[in-house]
Write a protein that binds this ligand. Structure first.
Ligand code: NDP
Ligand code: 2IT
Length: 444
């Protein structure tokens, strides 16, 4: 049995109830065998066994009181996966579906994503099964304060720097930052995605969406095409979706559909982003409300049917496994030539296979959505310098980073005899720097 498969079987036995984590590990391992053929020394150092075991896993009780005076209990997580190339770095997800498997898959992916940015950041992820939907600001604040009361013992600007993910945006980062500052009596860059007046970076809010579109722009360029005149479908309607749409529209494309966990909206005239921002960012409403304002737009309560909408480019930006094999086939049949993943692992392994076989330009999440964490890294740099750059400076740096990530993925795929396979390019490209650091740092 090839080495990587042997290790995978071991990991499967060790983590039997973690399907998302195993899916993420398998995808990386499937790319790595050629690297181990070239470097037998990695095998003798048991690199794969070590890199798949988090350096530290924290799980903790988060008690809080709701507006009716009831005592509620959620579970908090922080997985400090790898500090080989920098402090642990990665977002916090607040969603009812959160469990250990999901946080571990996200933390594992983050190691390679962060490495691809070429900034000094290790991999981590955290969150809670807390469901922010329908909660008042005061409830969200009490939850965030309780969550941070425990988390603060484990994090720090040079140790572990969380940020946002699903269900965690500017409001939640603010509440958590306030509590950290109060408990530790220090004003440091312990979280990213902060407000612009208190240490945040211009462009962080836009970074993941813009970055996913910059990545798609590079893929299209290699096909001698651009966004101009392209029809685009973006799933989700949160932070990543909104700023993907903004950038597509700036580049001359037209986004015609977006979604949430209840359904999707189809607007053949092009999604009106001001309306979406007002519904989602200002009112925290549901995407269905779009059709009350734009009567010609259509709403369907089958949110996965968004993939039946004809498009040239798809930017899945909601959640893991939102495109399966059949849905990928439908996209291809309808003429989709480019998929840039704003979300983490949104395509199932069967779906990825379909895209690669059909010659679709396919940018896997750990490369295509690295813009968010890249600008988080730039926020950390600005905090360390106690200076801040302008939006234009940050956007320029983000654009360069996304171009570099694309070039790395493409060049590594070519080098390993898998031209156009950006999955292999991203996995090996991200792995190389981490493994070199692990080899230098001894058995840790
Ligand atoms: P938000 O919370 O702002 O938005 C999430 C969106 O996805 C919402 O529209 C939500 O719909 C939808 N969604 C969430 N869970 C599900 C589900 N189980 N089924 C269907 N729809 C769902 O999160 P973000 O925009 O920040 O994150 C979106 C994706 O991008 C995630 O996969 C995240 O990991 C990834 N990502 C985020 C980065 C960032 O900087 N924020 C960076 C890199 C990746 P509803 O409101 O109905 O729940
Ligand atoms: O998945 C991700 O890369 C994020 N949620 C952003 C992480 C970060 O630290 O900015």
């Amino acid at each position: 049995m090839p080495y990587v498969q042997e290790v995978y079987e071991k990991i499967k036995r060790k983590n039997p109830n973690e399907p998302e984590f195993l899916q993420a590990v398998k995808e990386v391992f499937d790319s790595l065998q050629p690297v181990f053929d070239k470097h037998p020394e990695y095998r003798s150092c048991n690199i794969l066994e070590r890199i798949t075991e988090p350096e530290r896993q924290l799980m903790f009780r988060v008690p809080w009181v709701d507006d009716q005076g009831n005592i509620r209990v959620n579970r908090g997580y922080r997985i400090e996966f790898s500090s080989a190339i920098g402090p642990y770095k990665g977002g916090l997800r607040f969603h009812a579906s959160v469990n250990l498997s999901i946080i571990k898959f996200l933390g594992f992916e983050q190691i390679f994503k962060n490495s691809l940015t070429m900034l000094s950041m290790g991999g981590g992820k955290g969150g809670s099964d807390f469901n922010p939907k329908g909660k008042s600001d005061a409830e969200v604040m009490r939850f965030c304060q309780s969550f941070m009361t425990e988390l603060q013992r484990h994090i720090g600007a040079d140790t572990d720097v969380p940020a946002g993910d699903i269900g965690v945006g500017g409001r939640e980062i603010g509440f958590m930052f306030g509590q950290y500052k109060r408990l530790r009596n220090e004003f440091t860059g312990v979280l990213t995605g902060k407000g612009l007046n208190w240490g945040g970076s211009p462009g962080r809010k836009e970074a993941t969406g813009y970055g996913a579109v910059y990545f798609a722009q590079e893929m299209l360029k290699d096909r001698k095409q651009s966004f101009d005149g392209k029809t685009v479908v973006v799933s989700g309607s949160g932070n990543v979706s909104i700023y993907s749409i903004e950038k597509v529209h700036q580049l001359g494309g037209r986004v015609v559909a977006l979604s949430d966990s209840n359904g999707f909206v189809y607007d053949p005239e092009g999604i009106n982003l001001d309306t979406v921002k007002n519904i989602k960012e200002v009112r925290r409403g549901r995407i269905k409300e779009y059709c009350e304002i734009h009567k010609h737009a259509k709403y369907s309560d089958k949110n996965r049917d968004i993939w039946t909408v004809k498009c040239d480019v798809a930017i899945p930006s909601a959640t893991q496994n939102e495109i399966n094999g059949e849905e990928a086939k439908t996209l291809v049949k309808n003429g989709c030539i480019c998929v840039s993943e704003g979300a983490n692992m949104p395509t199932t392994p069967e779906g990825v296979e379909v895209f690669l076989k059909a010659g679709v330009s396919y940018g896997p999440g750990k490369a295509a959505n690295a813009g968010g964490v890249a600008v988080s890294g730039l926020e950390m740099s600005q905090n360390s310098m106690r200076l801040s750059w302008t939006f234009e400076e940050v956007d320029q740096k983000l654009h360069n980073i996304m171009r570099n990530i694309y070039n790395t993925c493409r060049d590594v795929a070519d080098k390993y005899g898998k031209p156009n396979n950006l999955v292999v390019g991203a996995n090996i490209g991200g792995f190389q720097k981490v493994v070199d650091a692990m080899m230098s740092q001894g058995i840790v």
